[in-house]
Design a binder for this molecule. Structure first.
Ligand code: ATP
Ligand code: MG
Length: 469
């Protein structure tokens, strides 16, 4: 469980992480770009000063005049003045780079080896210190003289450091402020969600009332609506479940109450005839109780959440219907009812659970025999329709009035006045089995508008596989 929890990152942490990485990268890029821009701008004025100093030295040495005075020593800063910490050195060389004069031993820049003229700036190192150098070329007496003036870069470095700290530190501060603002904004923005979470967490176990999404952000509304929809459905299912348990308990009470009364009677009386009578009642009540429990179990087996479609096999509807019918023949005979089987094709195969389908058919035939008066006719049949296979049971009994046709499939729904007692679950079981098989139930009057015809259609549109031959 803890492994699962670690995987679930909160929305706020996720957004903050993303934002922090982006802001950090942004800050890094702006610092690097700022650094190079700073170097460039800091160099420009210093380079100009260096160039003027080089011109001044050239003037002092009279370079390019044809009358050079290379033994003159120009006055140059040596870095000892605290206000001017950079040391300046110069070198005069011939075109081959041989030193002719100067107090330094500066190397001529590479570009000058390719006959370049004009001032040329280059970076170098001297006695472990970074230097910036400008080189000039003078033509004199047919030869070429090169002047290289180099200075250390302490002042430049100080300026760069100053500018950089003025860029980087405020930027860093801005980044931190932006992060803080976003963090606070997110905290505020996600507050309605947190409130919702607490509301759900603190709910009582059986509280299925709707969530209040009025203050939630628009993005979360669809989720809340979906949850509310689910809660509503759950509430209905729970209410139905509660009703069902109450009804079932109520139904069970009747046979139990009968058992109690009759056993008390049997114990009290010494009359063998009365005892016999009480025992017969006890048997009837027990049979009712058993029937009810069996019907409840059948219902539970076929409900969604019970067995799924794993137990489905390819089976022959004809076979199944025939077998069931045979089992009820004796019962029909006792009531002088003509129970027959008919089929329009030899084999109609479907995918289904044989036990459930038998349960379904038993309930249909049981109803037909129970509610059809003596001397009636019942037909169990299998046929093929335009879009699938149909299993039906038709009788010529009293029929089911149109106003009851929808409701007879409800659990514990009973049409008064039939003169029969049952557990009122038979057709509910039929409905559940049909639903589990993706089949459709059609309840009509029998042929000639007399009696009842209940057809269960395993239609192609229900994706049931069938193979008539
Ligand atoms: N073939 C039929 N002819 C006339 N009425 C029927 C027929 N089948 C069902 N009914 C009516 O529909 C009602 C519901 O039937 P259902 O099978 O669900 O319950 P039941 O037969 O009373 O009880 P159970 O079958 O669970 O013992 C019955 O009470 C009956 O009035
Ligand atoms: Mg029944």
């Amino acid at each position: 469980m803890s492994a699962m929890e670690t995987k679930i990152l909160s929305l706020r942490s996720y957004l903050m992480q993303r934002l922090m990485i982006s802001l950090y990268l942004l800050w890094l890029v702006s610092t690097v770009v700022g650094y190079f821009a700073t170097i460039n701008y800091a160099n420009q004025p210093y380079d100009l000063v260096l160039l003027q100093r080089a011109y001044a030295i050239a003037d002092d040495l009279k370079l390019g005049s044809g009358n050079e005075q290379l033994d003159v020593i120009p006055d140059l800063p040596d870095g000892s003045d605290p206000g001017m910490p950079d040391k300046v050195v110069y070198t005069v060389t011939d075109s081959e780079g041989r030193k002719l004069a100067g107090n330094g031993n500066t190397l001529r820049p590479l570009s000058y080896r390719r006959d370049r003229t004009g001032p040329l700036f280059s970076n170098g190192e001297r006695e472990g210190q970074k230097t910036r150098m400008v080189s000039l070329v003078y033509k004199s007496n047919g030869g070429v003289l090169q002047l290289h003036v180099a200075e250390t870069t302490q002042q430049r470095q100080a300026l760069i450091r100053g500018i950089l700290s003025n860029i980087v530190i405020p930027q860093l501060l801005l980044t931190l402020i932006a992060l803080a603002v976003v963090w606070y904004g997110l905290k505020q923005g996600l507050r309605p969600l947190e409130r919702l979470r607490n509301e759900v967490l603190n709910r009582k176990r059986d509280d299925l009332s709707q969530l209040d999404g009025s203050q939630a952000p628009a993005e979360v509304r669809p989720l809340i609506d979906a949850v509310n929809d689910l809660l509503e459905r759950l509430k209905q299912v729970m209410q139905a479940q509660q009703r069902f348990v109450a009804d079932a308990a109520h139904q069970l009470r009747t046979p139990f109450a009968g058992l109690k009364t009759q056993s008390e009677l049997a114990l009290r009386t010494n009359d063998p005839e009365q005892k016999q009578h009480a025992l017969e009642h006890i048997l009837t009540s027990t049979q009712h109780g058993i029937r009810l429990v069996n019907q409840l179990l059948a219902l539970a087996r076929n409900e969604p959440g019970g067995q799924g479609t794993e137990s489905f096999t390819t089976l022959s509807l004809n076979h199944l219907a025939q077998e069931c019918t045979v089992n009820w023949v004796q019962m029909a005979l006792e009531k002088n009812i003509d129970l027959g089987y008919e089929s329009t094709s030899a084999t109609v195969e479907i995918q289904g659970d044989a036990a459930s389908l038998t349960e379904m058919l038993n309930n249909l035939i049981d109803n037909a025999i129970r509610y059809t008066p003596e001397g009636g006719h019942i037909t169990v049949g299998v046929g093929t329709t335009a879009d699938g296979a149909e299993l039906y049971v038709e009788d010529n009994g009293p029929g089911i009035a149109p106003e009851h046709r929808e409701r007879v499939f409800e659990r514990f729904y009973r049409i008064l006045g039939s003169g029969q007692s049952g557990s009122d679950l038979g057709l509910a079981i039929v409905a559940e089995v049909a639903k589990r098989h993706g089949a459709e139930i059609r309840l009509d009057a029998g042929s000639g508008g007399i009696g009842t015809r209940i057809g269960v259609c395993f239609c192609a549109s229900n994706e049931m596989r069938r193979r008539p031959s």
